[in-house]
Write a protein that binds this ligand. Sequence first.
Ligand code: BDR
Ligand code: CA
Length: 305
Amino acid sequence: SIPVILDTDPGIDDAAAISVLLTDPRFDVRLITTVAGNVSVAKTTKNVLKLTHFFQRADVAVARGAEKPLIKPYQDAANIHGASGMAGYDFAEPTTQIIQKPAVEAMRDTLLASQEKLTVVAVGAYTNLAMLLQHYPEVQAKIDRVVVMGGSLSGGNMTSVAEFNVFTDPDAAKIVFESGLDITMIGLDVTLKALLTAESMVTLSQMNLTGEMLTGLFRAYGDGSMQAGKPMHDVNTLFYLLSPEKYTIKDYWVDVVTTGPAIGATVADIHAKTHQQTNIHVATAIDAAAFNAWFLLEIAKIQDA
Ligand code: BDR
Ligand code: CA
């Protein structure tokens, strides 16, 4: 199984990713850390606990992370994900709890204590990860690879050029992208091509309790119109880890714009004009039908408690 640290800001598509992560034995979840993004970190943390409770995974360590971006003022996306961040389903009050260590220290300790190198999956703003790399550079040797949802080479969802996770904390994204770690960027270039279709949602709604829960969330999700389907952004990082052959990957040097009207843009040197090296593996195409089929199968496998 793949040993993973997940950094997240649930968030409806985050909740779908966490549903897979907590139930598929091919993932070995070592830690979940939270960050301010779609909603405040108090809410994203509560939302992760709602999910560890829902899936009866009190064994999974959850640590609360950054309250705001490194430099840029914080702005949420409650207009898309609802006031709680996970609108559309009435979760039970969680009895699962956070560990008493901030996210960055929890990440450091988890990495340093691990026998093998870990995969870091970051599907919110990369604030925690940037702080980790700045404060504890010794952990880099314990990170096998980083897979992020975020960025775009083909237009943004926050501004004409910026994707939400990078736009939320561009300074953090720049630190991570220039860290020298092995980084794969799963951005809007692929996530907007692999929508959960209306047909898949009907199947999902009839499947089991998890299917019902996710259908509730997706119906409340303000991202995308029901006609085209619902974006499943963060879930793509997991499909990529399990089935990389379903994605086209190109290696580029990618810069993050941290000031001015293009703030939050990820710009690839596609003609290798300014950089001899590459720093990011960028997902540029996806087999969308395979993604829908895989996701339905993942949820169908989950047994009701
Ligand atoms: C990203 O922004 C968030 O709103 C989603 O959860 C996803 O991580 C998509 O741009
Ligand atoms: Ca997210």
